[in-house]
Design a protein around this ligand. Structure first.
Ligand code: IPM
Ligand code: MG
Length: 359
């Protein structure tokens, strides 16, 4: 169990920032700019602390996720803002997994909440559909499944090589994410929750998902509970995303389906996410990766990070700021004050400055 975090440190909330690799520092500069401007405008008691982890640190001293930093985040912080991790100079990406899973699993951030909201008709890639047809949230289990890290390799590189990654599903783990999805649906006035699994092919692991989903659903008679196999969900999302409001699924399927979702909302530059353990220190990051070919070129779309900052402010107790930031991003897209991937002609920095000016 995690130690519960101290309630108040000079009455301030502490936000740790990991700019990360590739385009990470560029988009995080915008995200932090938004945060600093809001602190200035509204007097929010937030302290921003940069953390020195990522590829540079790893290449410098071989450290990926040092225990002292892990402890600092767990005991002293309220939120973490993460840019992106991944650097071609470290091909095995072990350091990036140490950091990402050090946060997600180390802090038991079991809810990976990924809104799939298309903010403007121009961004909608499906013929005959409008932005309003794509407005749902994915609750991705974030601590177990195939990501649990259990497995191994035998007779490596030979013709007889055996490679195993175990899919770990616990009743506790499944129940809590399903419950989080229904609670969120109820709090936000949603009418239905879909659960996607592959219980037809994986009767043990995903049979558990199927049983747990309908058991938990019985506690929410006001909300319709529907089951879909994950392949059928992918099909339906592209055919017509409009019936979906909340989707809950396992770690791997949530990873895949949220990239599909990103395509429906205008690309990875628009997809935000929260890695949450309700009531505890949580982590916020854009869904996109470090995009090494775009790094340092002022091309990356900073809006996924801005929207993630919105989710962070909501977690810290200012949900109205999330609503405002979503509207600001929508207005920026409408006015074309954005990067080329979403139809504008501004660089990362200028798109960020325009948005900050609009605050
Ligand atoms: C994501 C990413 C990560 C994941 C990778 C970088 C390990 O794809 O956050 O969606 O699979 O969770
Ligand atoms: Mg992914």
């Amino acid at each position: 169990m995690l130690a519960s975090r101290p309630v108040a440190r000079n009455g301030k909330k502490t936000v740790a920032v990991i700019a990360g690799d590739g385009i990470g520092p560029e988009v995080v500069r915008v995200g932090v700019g938004v945060l600093e401007r809001l602190i200035e405008l509204r007097g929010y008691p937030i302290e921003i602390v940069p953390l020195d982890v990522g590829a540079e640190r790893y290449l410098r001293d071989g450290t990926s996720w040092p225990p002292a930093i892990a402890r600092f985040v767990r005991e002293q912080c309220d939120a973490v803002l993460l840019g992106a991790l991944g650097d071609p100079r470290v091909p095995d990406l072990g350091y990036a997994r140490d950091i990402l899973f050090g946060l997600r699993q180390g802090l038991d951030l079991y809810c990976n909440i990924r809104p799939v909201v298309c903010l403007h008709d121009r961004l909608m890639p499906l013929r005959g559909r409008r932005a309003a047809d794509c407005n749902f949230v994915v609750f991705r289990e974030n601590t177990e499944g195939i990501y649990a890290g259990i497995g191994g390799t035998l007779r490596r590189d030979g013709i007889d090589e055996i490679a195993i990654n175990e899919d770990v599903n616990t009743r506790r783990g499944v129940e809590r994410i399903v419950r989080a999805a229904f609670d969120w649906a109820r709090r936000h006035g949603k009418r239905r929750v879909h659960m996607a699994d592959k219980s037809n092919a994986m009767p043990h692991a995903h049979g558990l998902w199927h049983r747990c989903f309908f058991e938990v659903a019985a506690d929410y008679p006001d909300i319709e509970a529907r089951h879909l196999y994950i392949d059928a969900l992918c099909y339906e999302l592209v055919r017509d995303p409009s019936p979906f409001e909340v989707i809950v699924t396992c770690n791997l399927f949530g990873d895949i389906v949220t990239d599909l979702g990103a395509a429906l909302q205008g690309g990875l530059g628009m997809a935000a996410s929260a890695n949450v353990h309700p009531g505890r220190v949580s982590m916020f990051e854009p869904v996109h990766g470090s995009a090494p070919p775009l790094a340092g070129r002022d091309l990356a779309n900073p809006f996924a990070t801005v929207l993630s900052v919105g989710m962070m402010l909501s977690h810290l107790g200012w949900p109205e700021e999330e609503v405002r930031l979503v509207e600001l991003v929508r207005n920026a897209i409408e006015a074309g004050r954005c990067t080329p991937d979403v139809g504008g002609s501004l660089g990362t920095r200028a798109a960020g400055e325009a948005l900050i000016a609009a605050l």
